[in-house]
Design a protein around this ligand. Structure first.
Ligand code: ADP
Ligand code: DAR
Length: 348
């Protein structure tokens, strides 16, 4: 039977709080159910994660850059709701670290344990992780790892394929927050765990302050991180690494959505700038904590990654806005918000 005859409106999303459930009504489902991209990515692929996981926040993923056009009647609504960015808006990029006003907030290291800034990238004209083939994924691993191994100086490092890493090394790297493990049920249902762990791996420099995850949720997660709160130094290292990578590899980008990512929440800058920060007093005042983070467009996460809980008053605080703002503004959002949080924690 043709997929469209079996593919009916997913009743399981009724009652879900996801943006998929909010915007995919029966009329829109009928409009999109037979559409697919040149790579064969169809509506069933795009919404499967949110259908299988009604507790999703978003519930959709893209299969390629074209998905954002073919399924625009659904994706544009989700993008506007999450980012406040409309279909006629243009994204702007600013990766010049000199434009960041961020003197060290916590030189005595009383509050900020560590700082990490990451961006997602996907290689132009190669399908995203949701429908990439095994051969294409292995080719991404080859292109990216070989480019990284050509770096020298402070960014010089080694590549560790996940399917050739001891369980001990993997555990130790995950515990140190350097490495990723097989994706959660949301990523699983989006097709991002297929052929695990083939084509996946981590590159890191000797100091472990520059890392690249290959073929996790996106084809690249380019990461700069270090202990303490020198946010500007972390951003400077990241922008240097991005410049070097972009001189060798063409990434998927357009002037409407910026850098293309598998999840719509990561479009634009595809940047998450975070600190792990000790806020035990504010942590006991949820309303006030949330008022400050909302004012500065910040997101609160647990310290072991998305969907994890905070531990002993330590929180992962990061920018929420990624699209329609520049990279400098993302980091400035986080910096200004963390400054306000530290000020309030000191007063308490
Ligand atoms: P993303 O990779 O999208 O930023 P996660 O929230 O899953 O998503 O974080 C990935 C990993 O990076 C997790 O192990 C998390 O603990 C770690 N991490 C995030 N921010 C920091 C930080 N500021 N300091 C140290 N580790 C961090
Ligand atoms: N759990 C999915 C992902 C939302 C955003 N986080 C990403 N892309 N890692 C959801 O729909 O809630």
């Amino acid at each position: 039977m043709a997929i469209s005859e079996k593919f009916e409106y997913p009743k399981s999303i009724e009652g879900s709080a996801s943006l998929l459930a909010k915007f995919l009504n029966k009329a829109l489902f009928e409009e999109l159910k037979n559409k697919k991209t040149a790579n064969g990515f169809d509506l069933k692929n795009a919404i499967n994660s949110g259908v299988k996981n009604p507790d999703s926040g978003i519930g959709v993923y893209a299969g390629d850059e074209e998905s954002y056009d073919v399924f625009a009647p659904l994706f544009d609504k989700i993008i506007y709701d999450y980012h406040g960015f409309s279909k006629n808006d243009k994204h702007k990029t600013d990766l010049n670290a000199d434009h960041l006003d961020a003197p060290n907030l916590d030189s005595e290291n009383k509050f900020i344990i560590s700082t990490r800034i990451r961006v997602a990238r996907n290689i132009k004209n190669i399908p995203l992780g949701t429908i990439i083939s095994k051969e294409q994924r292995n080719n991404v691993e080859k292109i990216v790892s070989e480019t990284l191994l050509s770096f020298d100086g402070k960014l010089k490092g080694k590549y560790y394929p996940l399917n050739n890493m001891s369980a001990e090394d993997s555990e130790q790297l995950i515990k140190a927050h350097f490495l990723f493990k097989e994706g959660d049920r949301f990523l699983e249902a989006a097709g991002l765990n297929r052929d695990w762990a083939d084509g996946r791996g981590i590159f890191h420099n000797e100091e472990k302050t520059f890392l690249v995850w290959i073929n996790e949720e996106d084809q690249l997660r380019i990461i700069s991180m270090q202990q303490g709160g020198n946010i500007k130094a972390v951003f400077e290292r990241l922008t240097l690494a991005i410049k070097l990578l972009e001189s060798k590899i063409d990434f998927s980008y357009n002037n409407h959505l910026g850098y293309i990512s598998s999840c719509p929440t990561n479009l634009g800058t595809a940047m998450r700038a975070s600190v792990h920060i000790k806020l035990p007093k504010l942590g006991n005042r949820d309303t006030e904590f949330k008022q400050i983070t909302d004012t500065y467009h910040l997101q609160i996460r647990g310290i072991h990654g998305e969907h994890s809980q905070s531990e002993s008053g330590v929180y992962d605080i990061s920018n929420k806005r990624r699209l329609g703002v520049t990279e400098v503004q993302c980091v400035q959002d986080m910096y200004d918000g963390v400054k306000a949080l530290i000020k309030r924690e000191k007063e308490l």
